[in-house]
Design a protein. Structure first.
Ligand code: ATP
Length: 323
């Protein structure tokens, strides 16, 4: 296979192992940019052809010129955006896969909501101030942090008691939807204008997913247990086939990843959108049942990205895929 002239680079975290594996499968060399001490997985799994070590991810812009010289294409993922902030990412000069402008929309919970509602999707109610809370709400802080610090509040008194440790942080008050949180991974090709469903996952979150292991009787005698939503890992899901037409339509409406909750009444509420690769794609390094149907060979989202880059190179349309 002819060696493509670009190298695939990303921060060593989140879904980098998958991204690098997909890049290797398609013949690209890879560069992992790691914080000191986090290099080992990228050596152990032969993922990185080269490792650049930083003291802090904030130093990323300092190694930009080195990456430009190496003809790197950065693949953004959740940690990349969280560690650097979308303003810093927007300023980067190095080749960047995808549309940078979209990051502002996914980082701001109000813009995100506008995007979803404009696409005609059903979203949970939002309360302007704690005094308005008239049902169970989930209190979320700005920026993706894998659910860290989120808490539930049933009224304003409950809210003011629980917000104490987080006084200075910006938050939103969102209606809590009881149902199954399902994460759907879409891939959108700006070369063909088509969306693909790459897979679905549910998350295992601490401690909310383990509360059901303690009986209500024991929960009552331990009144200090509040549910928390810190993500621990991702579990593959194959959704009921009759849901697929709706999921495909929803993806077409927004053309990116949706985080949804399916209620027993089969309503679908969309509570979040991530406009880059999500960690929920990581169980599918060998592909999901959906990618198997479409490609008949192992196909992860990381590999699909590498193929998109190759297709753009072959068609001389790199501008269409770089932001
Ligand atoms: P990431 O961007 O990594 O997904 P995040 O910090 O933006 O993380 P969310 O995905 O918005 O966090 O929420 C974290 C978890 O909180 C979800 O996985 C889900 O379990 C729960 N959750 C969020 N919103 C709701 C809601 N409206 N109703 C019920 N549960 C919710």
């Amino acid at each position: 296979m002819a060696q493509p002239k670009y190298r695939i680079a990303t921060i060593g975290s989140h879904s980098a192992l998958q991204i690098f594996k997909g890049a290797h499968d398609e013949g690209f060399k890879t560069i992992a940019v790691c914080k000191k001490g986090s290099e080992r997985p990228y050596k152990m799994f032969n993922s990185a052809d080269e490792i650049i070590t930083l003291n802090s991810y904030r130093d990323f812009p300092k190694i930009q010129n080195e990456l430009i010289k190496k003809n790197a294409i950065i693949i953004p993922h959740g940690s990349f955006v969280t560690y650097m902030g979308y303003e810093e990412v927007e300023k980067l000069k190095v080749n960047y896969y995808g549309n940078k402008k979209i990051l502002k929309w996914e980082s701001d919970r109000y813009l995100e909501r506008q995007w979803l509602t404009k696409s005609g999707l059903k979203v949970p109610l939002l309360f302007k101030k704690p005094e308005d809370i008239d049902r169970l709400v989930i209190v979320k802080f700005m920026g993706a942090e894998g659910g860290r610090g989120y808490f539930l509040a049933k009224d304003k008194k409950d809210f003011y008691r629980k917000i104490k440790p987080y006084q200075l942080r910006k938050y939103v008050l969102q209606e809590y939807i009881i149902g199954v949180p399902l994460f759907i991974h879409y891939f959108y090709s700006s070369l063909t204008n088509e969306i693909e469903i790459m897979g679905c996952d549910i998350r295992y979150e601490s401690n909310v997913d383990s509360l059901g292991r303690i009986s209500a009787r024991d929960q009552i005698v331990l009144p200090k247990i509040d549910p928390s939503y810190v993500i621990v890992g991702n579990i593959p899901v194959v959704v009921r086939e009759s849901f697929l037409p709706r999921l495909i339509e929803m993806g077409e409406d927004v053309v990116k990843t949706l985080e949804t909750i399916l209620t027993p009444e089969e309503e679908i509420f969309v509570f979040e959108i991530s406009a880059r690769i999500v960690a929920g794609t990581n169980p599918f390094i060998e592909g999901s049942p959906y990618t198997w149907l479409k490609y008949n060979k192992p196909m992860s989202t990381g590999r699909r990205i590498a193929i998109e880059i190759k297709n753009a190179m072959n068609k001389n349309q790199m501008k269409k895929i770089l932001g």
